[in-house]
Design a protein around this ligand. Structure first.
Ligand code: MG
Length: 499
């Protein structure tokens, strides 16, 4: 890409080797999760940290920092140019503020902590992991102090995952969301709603190869171009974009409960589409790809839940499912729909339905906020977790693996990440509401398998801009909204209570 501004062009030229390192790191990350022989772990770890260090050296190179600084001076920049400078300046500022020793301490603790967490989870023994969690929290508190914050130390960490997100924003979000979702859940459970009846379809074993064919058939239906995209298998599904023209997803096959595999595929495909539909002119620049984690998650959840679990979509794919999953032949379309939309307050976040999911996040948010506000010590976390599960979801974990040890995030130092999942859900509902106004009868299009209008709408409103705009700015410009939970609550109420 060439810009009007000569300084920006110099920046983009100097950025190319950094982009290339990120490209290689992304590819290595994908390989690590999919095909790498297990014994390669140590060598890969070394290569990975060396490439990260090279990247940091290039980013903090005097001349490069000077270029970015001079581009920040008042003058006329286009939105695109301003976006490029904003992204790089954020990255440089953070890297400068965090001393090398802290970065090293964190990456070392990540490896040790993650290993300890795996063992602790297997034995369901939080105390085995507690010293590592304590260490990671200490490191993160120091990092938060170095980055700086106005009101709450947790703000410094939130901002690293979602630009300008604060405790103040999230207190408002969860303050409005949590009690309303609890109320809906209670109504559903108390009334013995058909949504709460567990389906037999999740119990039978499926043929993995056949469900793999089914997932590929669904991707074809959603018009994924395999020339720029591929799908593989991993325990925890993810999306990795090497650039705008090599975007890869993974899915999971557990052998039973086939909806998990289908939903994972559609979820990751939603992430992938964001990158695939970004404007090609942004390729190999700092603004290629999505605006933020929450915006990215809004895309995956929009496809997974709002499209993928809707009656017309389930009807559309029912014949494909029946072809590959023989025991579904005895089930009606309605039974299949209820299977995809079963609501069950349960322990594990990643398996949660769309009604209860955000309650899991509310608990993690509360805990992280308390940790960084020095209101909760490590040893108090398991009990606090279980108490809140009982209060919000009505189930109390009886062992640590069902509770505090279930997620990998903390062992990887990802404090401040969880809330972006909920924000993604909220934004997906905003999108659906606005889309409905623009694309009258888009449910009919879904029923017919015509996804072009939806894809094009998403491309124009969100995808094509990459990360030129910060998430709050994009939401405001495009939808005249913020992280407003009202749309999501209305969506859930309408769908599950019919009101
Ligand atoms: Mg996701």
């Amino acid at each position: 890409m060439r810009c009007e501004n000569p300084v920006i062009n110099q920046i983009l030229d100097a950025y190319k080797p950094m982009w290339s390192l990120s490209h290689a790191i992304a590819l290595m990350g994908w390989d690590f999760e999919t095909y790498m022989p297990r014994k390669g772990t140590e060598e890969r770890g070394l290569a990975n940290s060396q490439l990260h260090m090279l990247h940091k050296d290039l980013l903090l190179n005097k001349d490069f920092v000077g270029l970015v600084e001079s581009a920040k001076k008042p003058g006329s920049l286009s939105d695109l140019e301003r976006g490029i400078v904003r992204i790089l300046d954020r990255e440089i500022t953070k890297q400068i503020k965090i001393p090398k020793e802290l970065t090293e301490a964190e990456s070392l603790e990540r490896i040790r902590g993650n290993m300890a967490w795996r063992q602790a989870r297997e034995k369901s023994d939080f105390m085995m992991y507690a010293p590592h969690l304590k260490k990671m929290i200490e490191i993160k508190k120091q990092i938060a102090d170095k980055i700086g914050y106005e009101k709450h130390p947790y703000d410094a960490l939130l901002d690293t995952f979602e630009e300008e997100l604060t405790v103040n924003d999230l207190d408002k979000v969860f303050g409005a969301l949590t009690p309303r979702i609890q109320k809906i859940l209670k109504k559903l459970v108390d009334s013995g709603s058909p949504y709460c009846k567990e389906s037999k379809l999740g119990k039978s074993k499926y043929d993995i190869q056949k469900v793999d064919e089914l997932n590929h058939a669904i991707l074809t239906l959603l018009q994924f171009n395999m020339g720029r995209f591929r799908m593989d298998v991993s325990t925890h599904p993810f999306t990795e974009a090497m650039g705008l023209n090599d975007v890869r997803i993974t899915t999971r096959y557990e052998g039973t409960d086939f909806k998990k595999s289908i939903s994972s595929t559609i979820h990751e495909a939603g992430h992938a589409l964001y990158n695939l539909q970004c404007d090609q002119s942004l390729s190999v620049t700092p603004v290629e790809g999505g605006s933020s984690l929450a915006l990215h998650e809004s895309q995956s959840r929009f496809w997974e839940n709002i499209v993928g679990r809707s009656p017309p979509f389930v009807q559309l794919i029912a014949p494909l499912i029946r072809k590959q999953v023989s025991f579904v032949n005895q089930a009606t379309d309605d039974e299949l729909y209820l299977y995809f939309n079963n609501v069950k307050p349960d322990y594990i976040r990643v398996d949660a339905d769309e009604v209860t999911y955000n309650l899991h996040i509310a608990i993690r948010y509360e805990i992280e906020k308390k940790i960084f506000g020095d209101e909760l010590s490590v040893s108090e976390i398991p009990e606090f977790w279980n108490d809140r599960m009982e209060q919000l979801l009505g189930v109390r974990p009886t062992k640590d693996s069902q509770g505090v040890l279930q997620d990998t995030h903390w062992s990887n130092g990802l404090f401040g990440y969880f809330p972006t999942y909920t924000l993604g859900n909220l934004v997906s509902a905003i999108i659906a509401s606005k889309m409905r106004k623009d694309l009258e009868g888009y449910e009919e299009d879904i029923k017919r398998g015509n996804f072009n209008p939806i894809r094009e709408w998403l491309r124009l409103k969100i995808h094509q801009q990459g990360s030129v705009y910060a998430p709050k700015v994009l939401l405001n410009n495009t939808f005249n909204e913020g992280y407003n939970p009202d749309y999501f609550v209305t969506y859930i109420e309408t769908k599950y209570l019919g009101s």
